[in-house]
Ligand binder design. Structure first.
Ligand code: SF4
Length: 481
């Protein structure tokens, strides 16, 4: 029996409708035969195709999924799903609403360390189910359900898929209870979800604090993820303690746990190898692994650079860093900011330019969590090279920006046009003026075309169809032009 303690103490949730899923392990996916589930269903649901939308820009990206491990078995009623708000079939076509999914799990041997791994199982429900599209993670979920799948779909079915995924992905999970809130105005709308979010945010901060305790140089192995090869065949994400994938669904610990549980799955281990360039984060192991996983397209990755040999982007990044040639500086924008950037285009157009698994020097998809990391873009000068951000993103990461630079980073309220930005940076005495500009004027870098090498750091010698690795010894990797 559940102790029936309220899940939220600062906000009273309206009563919902309770459902009980079959908890027989042989029936995890029973009744879902009419819905496709699997990696082939990863994709986007575009304008005109969606029947219902949960979270996303119309609700200021304040919708979330939160998974926690309960301390006691009694706190969780396995298979119970409470739906607060209307079911999918009670919504009019093209309804968009704020949303929250709160999941409690329990298992006698389920450690907190596996929390993000278990969360991953839930999120895979959104990613891998026919007719569902997901952008964002955690606090900025943006979900769509297609018109095509709607007659065969319900929130309850998705809850069942999430529970089934979590249990099959991590057998240490023995109980799963789900609260699913579709926040119509009658239910409480965006205000209700915002208040709920305020209560779960400190729990996330405690989880993230763990990752901050280790640095990239403290570990022997990094990890990679290939899930998004479905949409970007030459792309693989690199996951290190300081590099949290931009989809935001995985940390270093999650990747480590995923690899331990399924070493032949989407997550692969990358021995870090030798440090070739500590400042920009070039590791021999990453170069070799990415060469193999990119269909021999990418040879060099700098983990801490947007300008030179940045990591590639599939398309589901929540934020992006970009080089601004006119001021020789770096801007950051996020999916939730719709205005123009100093490049003269908004996030959506930048995302279109840089997605698809190509190595676009000068563009790097990131998660907001990565922006908060001490090593973020240190190869380019870090915060001393960052000159522009949307105001609300700047506020969100304010505690990570060095005090001396904070007021010198422009927002859309200070300058957007590059000419105005140049004047503003000079007036504010941004460090870039002294450290990167020549005689008080910015000098744009000569950025190679996508997938092309830098003159001052070539790919390495190609001899007789073999690539010479950084140490000068020839390896057996065939080279394809
Ligand atoms: S964005 Fe990267 S980490 Fe996230 S699912 Fe795609 S490949 Fe994996």
């Amino acid at each position: 029996m559940s102790t029936e303690k309220p899940w939220y103490t600062t906000v009273k949730l309206p009563p919902g409708k309770f459902h009980q899923l079959d908890t027989d392990l042989d029936k995890l996916f029973a009744g879902l035969e009419d819905v496709g589930i699997g990696p082939r269903y990863v994709g986007e649901i575009r304008k005109g195709q969606w029947y219902a939308e949960l979270g996303g820009p119309k609700h200021e990206y304040k919708s979330y999924i939160f998974v926690e491990v309960a301390k006691n078995s009694e706190e969780v009623v396995d298979g119970r799903v409470e739906i607060i708000g209307p079911e999918l079939d009670e919504l009019a076509p093209e309804t968009s609403l704020p949303f929250a999914a709160h999941i409690k799990t329990w298992g006698p041997q389920l450690p907190d360390d596996l929390l993000e791994f278990v969360e991953r199982g839930a999120v895979m429900g959104f990613l891998f189910t026919e007719g569902w599209g997901l952008v964002g993670a955690r606090t900025n979920m943006w979900l769509r359900v297609s018109k095509e799948v709607k007659p065969r779909m319900s929130w309850l079915k998705m809850a069942q898929i999430m529970r089934a995924n979590m249990i099959s992905l991590c057998p240490l999970v023995e109980k799963v209870e789900i609260k699913w809130v579709v926040a119509t105005p009658e239910v409480g709308g965006k205000d209700l979800v915002s208040k709920m979010l305020d209560e779960v945010l400190p729990k996330w901060e405690a989880i993230d604090a763990r990752t901050k305790q280790i640095g990239d140089e403290d570990v022997d192995n990094f990890y990679g993820c290939t899930i998004c090869k479905m949409i970007a065949p030459n792309h693989a994400c690199i996951v290190t303690p300081s590099l949290i994938p931009y989809c935001g669904v995985m940390s270093y610990f999650t990747a480590k746990a995923m690899y331990a549980v399924d070493p032949y799955g989407y997550v692969f281990e990358i021995p870090a190898g030798d440090i070739i360039d500590l400042l920009s984060g070039r590791y021999s192991g990453v170069d070799e692994a990415i060469w193999e996983r990119s269909d021999h397209r990418h040879r060099i990755f700098h983990l801490y650079s947007v300008i030179k040999y940045p990591t590639t982007n599939c398309g589901c990044f929540e934020a992006t860093a970009f080089y601004i040639p006119q001021v020789d500086g770096i801007g950051i924008t996020a999916r939730r900011y719709f205005g123009n950037t100093p490049l003269g285009i908004p996030f959506s157009k930048i995302a279109g330019l840089m997605s698809g698994g190509v190595q676009n020097h000068g563009f790097k998809g990131c998660s907001i969590q990565t922006v908060r990391q001490p090593l973020f873009l240190q190869g380019d000068g870090g915060w001393r090279r960052i000159v522009w951000m949307p105001k609300d993103v700047k506020l969100e990461v304010a505690d990570c920006i060095p005090e001396q630079v904070y007021d010198k980073i422009a927002t859309e309220e200070d300058a957007v046009d590059p000419a105005n930005l140049e004047v503003w940076l000079r007036e504010k005495k941004h460090p870039i003026v002294e450290e990167y500009w020549k005689d008080g004027k910015p000098v744009p870098m000569k950025i190679p075309l996508p997938n092309q090498p830098w003159e001052d750091e070539p790919w390495g010698e190609i001899e007789h169809g073999k690539r010479k690795n950084f140490a000068g010894s020839s390896n057996e990797i065939p080279f394809y032009q």
